[in-house]
Design a protein around this ligand. Structure first.
Ligand code: SF4
Length: 357
């Protein structure tokens, strides 16, 4: 009887069943890098149109480095975790200035680039440069912890280290990049977190969790904290036909994105009171609210936002900015040129349907 070989079995399955994805058309290190960064915490179907648009706008490192941060963030708008886009931009700039626009083919130099950690480095080196480097993302963790029925909590550092080692040991000499992609593909389409398709799994024979009939017990992890609920009030401040927008500080949550001014509601405050207080504290202005818009709700990964938008005009004071990097007065149509957080994007869509001017 033929012995079961995990890597060969997985590779032949992958060859037949892999999805036709735009970043799998070639092994260009730049497109592998972009796709791997976009795919972090984001589903493949969401990434596809972003990736295609990005490669048209910024087909190489040079073009990306020459683009403005606003253009880069606009292309990223809606993908979330904006630090990823800022880091891509910074890394491209660094590579053009210091390395002739070439992506390093070794771990030491790759890890020096902003936004590149062990996972991305392993993916780029194995897929683009065919080097024997492992990857460990959520899919690989799930597959390995089920195959080996790992009972330790996967969010503990010791367990992660052990999984990295295991992912390295499994790597074949030939086609390590294909093997890594096969392992991730298996996790994405067969060994799914809910309703894994064990009956269609090519490596079922070698899977301990399947043998133990306890597939759902793995991976073992701590319960996540529920998302935090936040209520905010924002002002659409009009001056003639223009609206005030400000840019968030570059470093920090959603850094570099544009937003309408406002802030969180404090205990026992109404949204109107919160807005008046925030605009006074933040911009040094007193406003007259003349329209209350429909509440916007949006769920981010770690929090759920309830946004209370109000149209207003300045009653007294001049805009003075304490923390915002830049500000502008723009027409409603011009809002489309700037990148905003997702809840603001919903608000803008609503505004463009019911403009005031
Ligand atoms: Fe995952 Fe089931 Fe395959 Fe085991 S048999 S690797 S649990 S899909």
């Amino acid at each position: 009887m033929k012995a079961f070989c995990f890597s060969n079995t997985l590779l032949s399955w992958y060859e037949k069943h892999k999805r036709d994805l735009p970043w799998r058309k070639n092994r260009d290190p730049y497109s592998i890098w972009i796709s791997e960064i976009m795919l972090q915490q984001t589903q493949v179907q969401t990434v596809i149109p972003y990736f295609q648009r990005w490669m048209k706008m910024f087909p190489d490192i040079q073009t990306l480095a020459n683009a403005s941060l606003d253009e880069v963030l606009k292309a990223w708008e809606g993908l979330g975790y904006y630090g990823r886009a800022r880091n891509l931009h910074r890394a491209a700039d660094f590579l053009v200035r210091n390395r002739n626009g070439l992506i390093p083919d070794n771990e030491k130099d790759l890890l020096k680039l902003p936004g590149i950690g062990k996972y991305t480095s392993g993916a780029v080196l194995s897929i683009a440069f065919n080097q024997k480097k492992p990857v460990l993302d959520g899919n690989v963790i799930r597959v390995l912890s089920r195959i080996h029925a790992i009972r330790k909590k996967i969010n503990k550092k010791g367990t992660k280290d052990a999984l990295w080692k295991l992912a390295g040991v499994l790597l074949p000499e030939e086609n390590p990049g294909e093997f890594n992609q096969a392992l991730m593909e298996l996790g994405a389409i067969i060994c799914r977190s809910s309703q894994p398709l064990c009956m269609r799994c090519p490596v079922r024979k070698g899977c301990k969790a399947y043998r133990l009939k306890s597939v759902y017990s793995f991976p073992v992890m701590d319960k996540n904290n529920p998302p935090q609920k936040i209520s905010t009030a924002v002002g659409i401040i009009w001056k003639g036909e223009k609206i005030f927008i400000q840019q968030r500080p570059l470093h920090g949550l959603m850094g570099g994105l544009w937003e309408f001014p406002g802030g969180k509601l404090e205990k026992k405050e109404t949204p109107e009171q919160a807005l008046s207080r925030e605009l006074k504290e933040e911009l040094g202005i007193k406003v007259r609210i003349f329209k209350k818009r429909q509440v916007i709700r949006h769920a981010y990964t770690r929090f759920q936002v309830k946004l209370h938008p109000f149209d207003c005009t300045i009653l007294s004071g001049h805009v003075r900015l304490s923390h915002a990097v830049r500000h502008k007065w723009v027409t409603p149509e011009e809002l489309k040129q700037y990148a905003f957080p997702a809840a603001n994007v919903k608000l803008i869509r609503d505004m463009l349907k019911t403009p005031l001017v």
